[in-house]
Design a protein around this ligand. Structure first.
Ligand code: TMP
Length: 206
């Protein structure tokens, strides 16, 4: 596989989605062939998974959440990520394997090692080459989201989101070469410059 996979992670309201689009435009202008995708809804099956969480009366057990995100991930890798990497693309994914470790592991209390094992199977070993962790206090993240209608996870208490943030920071501590911290509370233009610098640096060495 000759492409590279760059993933974007962080708590709600961290600005990762906007920054990913911005980076995608910049990389294309620099002459890279870029594909932008997301989890869980990067495929039609994944979109169905996302919608399932919003159905009235549907309350998946924490382990069921893990299985649903893993199912969406396996489909996403098979349908999109692996073929793109084989064609040498720079693949940008808004959330990927670390999200399940942070949300279902640290947030919901499922054993993170079990999730890591399942991630290896679900991704078939297609792990990110670089992960940008958009770090912000969840309270600040929610201030940014404002009054828009909140989804299943956004409706969780702040304490849940603080555990998720702690989980992401643990992942960073364990893999400081792959995972790079982005100070997401800075103004968007400053964050964009930091993201570009990290990615440029990475691509130069890739
Ligand atoms: P978002 O990326 O638009 O915020 O939406 C994805 C939501 O799904 C977000 O609340 C985090 C949640 N999620 C998990 O809990 N586990 C996962 O593995 C993934 C991919 C997402």
């Amino acid at each position: 596989m000759s492409g590279v996979l760059i993933t974007f992670e962080g708590v709600e309201g961290s600005g990762k989605t906007t920054q990913m689009r911005r980076l995608g435009r910049w990389l294309r202008a620099e002459g890279h062939r870029v594909e932008c995708t997301r989890e869980p809804d990067g495929t039609r099956l994944g979109l169905a998974v996302r919608r399932l969480f919003e159905r009235p009366g549907v309350r998946p057990e924490p382990l069921v959440e893990v299985f649903l995100f893993m199912a969406a991930r396996h489909q996403h890798v098979a349908e999109k990520v692996r073929p793109w990497l084989a064609r040498g693309r720079v693949v940008l994914s808004d959330r990927y394997a670390d999200a399940t470790v942070a949300y279902q592991g640290y947030g919901r209390g499922i054993d993170p090692d079990l999730i890591r094992e399942l991630n290896v199977r679900a991704t078939g070993g297609v792990l990110p080459d670089l992960t940008l962790l958009f770090d912000v206090d969840p309270a600040e993240g929610f201030r940014r989201i404002g009054a828009r209608r909140r989804d299943h996870f956004e409706r969780e208490a702040l304490a849940f989101h603080r555990r998720v943030r702690r989980g992401y920071l643990e992942i960073l501590r364990a893999e400081p070469k792959r995972v790079r911290l982005v100070r997401a509370a800075e103004p968007p233009a400053v964050v964009a410059a930091e993201v570009r610098a990290l990615v440029e640096d990475f691509l130069r060495g890739a």
